[in-house]
Design a protein. Structure first.
Length: 309
């Protein structure tokens, strides 16, 4: 009986050791994963595109987070026109992005994430390419309806220091010139006070917003392939003016904000259909800077991670 009792005691001790070790390992794993007890399975391949005056290393940060939370997921941070080369005209960038994606030779659904100019370029590709296989498009701080104020912070040098945050006719002259329209920054200049010039001289944005056509059926068909269009933005954006452009809102001629559903392109572009079907999702985060949207854990957990499928 004593020998049997000893064996039983040894078994109990062995089980206790195993349980304690397992608990320690599990706790360590939770600490390493930021408190996530269980990680999701691999998701669809994710393609990430950086913004203006930036490069692939920025969005690669998001790629690493996605790979951490969805082990086995293929992430591709596209290097196209880094840094100053990102001033290349948007039409050229759209063509190059298509080529880059085709080179990846991905079969099946894809998630496309674009930041800033990368979001506008990605959207333009999706709506003009009926053969795309993007099912989820996440736009992070993308100025889809353009910009019309020069970012300016007190104490910092600025190309137009006297302009501050006010739309300036001199800037419009430059943006709408032949040379200006060879630059992505010029392609994004949407002057609410000078809409005639904008519609006539801007060679990219009006067409991409279906402002020069009565109908844009090809855009609608391309958008129908999306299961989700996620628009991420916020009032703390220190580059995009107005920040509502990230949600397809914009200024009127009196500098008031016209929301997305009230824009003339809302139905023609296909946004209304996405809204009605619940496939268009707004996700706003305040007090986040333009570049900060890429690095913010709050933005990632609230606006990006839930939509990786």
């Amino acid at each position: 009986m004593k020998r049997l009792g000893l064996v039983q005691m040894l078994r109990v001790v062995l089980v206790a050791v195993v349980v304690l070790q397992s608990g320690g390992i599990a706790a360590a794993k939770r600490r390493q994963s930021g408190g996530i007890a269980a990680r999701a399975a691999a998701a669809n391949p994710v393609i990430l595109l950086h913004g203006i005056l930036d490069n692939y290393k920025t969005v690669a940060t998001l790629g690493r987070k996605i790979s951490r939370d969805y082990p086995g997921t293929a992430t591709h941070s596209i290097q196209m026109y880094p840094d100053a080369k990102s001033l290349t005209a948007i039409k050229v960038q759209v063509k190059t992005l298509k080529e880059k994606i085709q080179e990846l030779n991905i079969v099946g659904p894809v998630t496309l994430i674009g930041h800033s100019l990368g979001a506008v370029t990605s959207r333009s590709l999706i709506q003009s390419w009926l053969g795309h296989n993007v099912t989820v498009f996440i736009s992070i701080a993308g100025p889809h309806v353009g910009v019309c104020k020069v970012p300016f912070k007190e104490g910092q040098k600025n190309l137009f220091p006297k302009c501050g945050l006010t739309c300036n006719e001199t800037i419009a002259d430059m943006a709408y010139s032949e040379i200006g329209q060879m630059l992505s920054a010029g392609n994004l200049w949407n002057d609410p006070v000078r809409q005639d010039r904008y519609l006539k001289k801007n060679v990219f944005l009006p067409a991409s917003l279906c402002q020069t056509k009565a109908t844009c059926n090809e855009f609608k068909l391309a958008y129908k392939k999306l299961s989700k269009l996620v628009l991420v933005g916020g009032s703390g954006d220190d580059v995009i003016h107005p920040w509502e452009s990230t949600l397809f809102g914009y200024y009127d001629s009196s500098w008031g904000i016209v929301k997305r559903a009230e824009q003339e392109f809302y139905e023609r572009l296909g946004l209304e259909d996405l809204d009605k079907d619940g496939r268009l999702i707004e996700c706003t985060v305040a007090n986040t800077t333009h570049v900060g949207f890429v690095f913010s854990d709050e933005v990632y957990e609230k606006c990006i991670r839930p939509h990786i499928i």
